[in-house]
Design a protein around this ligand. Structure first.
Ligand code: FE2
Length: 432
């Protein structure tokens, strides 16, 4: 007897027509055909069933604040930071919680159940930390929310930046952030990486640093982050977010750098939507794309996962909490449209992100958590192409969200008809 059986599912690894039995919050059977009955059945014939999406890089304290107190006119990262600085003194805990909870509702409807959010610690009031810690507790039954203490205005550059970050960690924020390229000098950036890695080692915490989010090829803080990761014994517990300067670096230097990042086992988190929107803003033409070297980093065996970063905030006026939109952009910017490439990109918003976030029990094996999504697409390549509806979102074996399939109603010369928007016009999808 099961609590729920998902019947006739297609899985991301290409298996088709598989039944999944869920019981006690875990996946307890994966078989060709489960004979037993269940409290509930979902017919997933022709639909992709995947573990939920994971977003390893987000800013939940800023989300849904677009237009407060004004719009970003230049569209640059630096005006976004300045604009956030204008909004920050006006922030209240209540408003932060309300906006974050609204975003979490949206995330659930999109099948996004694991999120790592940076929390700005630049304002010594730390209302951001108070609010997001409350949100973390509130959403715990349905979203696993990890929080990073993030000194947006610079660990050394912001007045009280050093003390505020430590206080945020004391309050219970569990990951050490940083922003070395935004410190006043290269030297301060280098010192900040060392100090923050030391704090993480002393407290036994992971590190997730905004690193080299710039078009300046001389911004090489990732080199220091790799060295300090090895020095402090933090291998596998450190993430380098953005790394956009790598896009503009000299190829010879990158051939030295990537093995250093691999040696330190740093998890790499590009943010394709935000990188393509914010980088290259000072270029005329040709205009740089700004995203880091995804294909080369993956080829070196590094764990690459994609973040959404922003939704409707001072940096990005778009976004919908949909990790398939993030992956869709990554395919274009990284020019990774082959079938194998697309599977690697899908991994970057699922299993790779889960590894970055250190999630236990994530996946599609017996004994894994019964956290699953059913998509209105037949396989991974269709899911990436169509960004289809999430028909069922399942947490701990229970359906927590559902969206009707997108069905088009046609009226053609008095000949009414309907089409399944995800499937009826599809050519046969090639196998890998
Ligand atoms: Fe970010």
């Amino acid at each position: 007897m099961f609590d729920l059986i998902i019947r006739n599912a297609n899985l991301p690894d290409g298996r088709q027509g598989v039944d999944l039995g869920l019981k006690g919050g875990k996946i307890t059977a994966i078989e060709r055909s489960i004979a037993a009955t269940a409290g509930d059945d979902i017919d997933a014939t022709g639909r992709l069933v995947s573990p939920p999406f994971c977003d390893p890089h987000f800013h939940m304290d800023a989300t849904l604040s677009l237009g407060m107190p004004r719009m970003n006119v230049s569209g640059t990262l630096l005006e976004g930071i300045a604009l956030w600085g204008e909004l920050r003194p006006l922030l209240t805990k209540e408003a932060l919680v309300e906006r974050a909870l609204r975003y979490c509702d949206l995330a659930v409807s999109q099948g996004l159940l694991y999120i790592r959010s940076h929390v700005d610690t630049s304002d010594p009031r730390l209302v951001t930390a108070e609010a997001l810690l409350e949100v973390k507790e509130k959403v715990a039954p349905y979203i696993d929310l990890q929080l990073v203490a993030f000194p947006q205005d610079g660990y050394y550059r912001a007045p009280d930046g050093v003390r505020s970050l430590e206080r945020a960690l004391d309050m219970g924020i569990g990951i050490v952030g940083g922003i070395p390229h935004f410190e006043r000098t290269m030297e301060d950036g280098t010192r900040s990486v060392e100090a923050l890695c030391r704090i993480a080692a002393d407290r036994g915490l992971p590190v997730d640093m905004h690193c080299d989010e710039t078009d300046d090829p001389m911004s090489r803080h990732i080199e220091t982050l790799a060295a300090q990761t090895v020095r402090f014994g933090l291998k596998g517990r450190v993430a380098g977010s953005h790394l956009t300067s790598m896009h503009s670096m000299d190829n010879y230097y990158v051939s030295k750098l990537i093995p250093l990042i691999a040696e330190a086992e740093i998890n790499v988190i590009p943010n394709p939507l935000i990188n393509i929107m914010l980088q290259g803003r000072h270029d005329t033409y040709p205009k740089r794309r700004g995203m880091t070297r995804v294909r080369e980093l993956m080829a070196a065996g590094l764990n690459v996962s994609f973040g959404h970063d922003c939704v409707m905030d001072p940096w990005y006026s778009m976004g919908s909490g949909d990790m398939l939109e993030v992956a869709h952009m990554a395919i274009h910017v990284a020019q990774m449209a082959g079938i194998e490439d697309k599977h690697k990109i899908f991994d970057a918003i699922t299993v790779n992100s889960a590894k970055t976030m250190g999630l236990d029990g994530y996946g599609l094996d017996i004994g894994c958590k019964a956290d699953l999504i059913v998509l209105q697409a037949a396989d991974v390549t269709e899911a990436l192409r169509l960004k289809p509806n999430r028909l069922f979102v399942i947490k701990a074996g229970k359906v927590i969200a559902r969206t009707a399939p997108r069905i088009g109603e046609l009226f053609l010369g008095g000949r009414p008809a309907s089409i399944d928007c995800a499937q009826d016009y599809l050519p046969q999808t090639p196998q890998r």
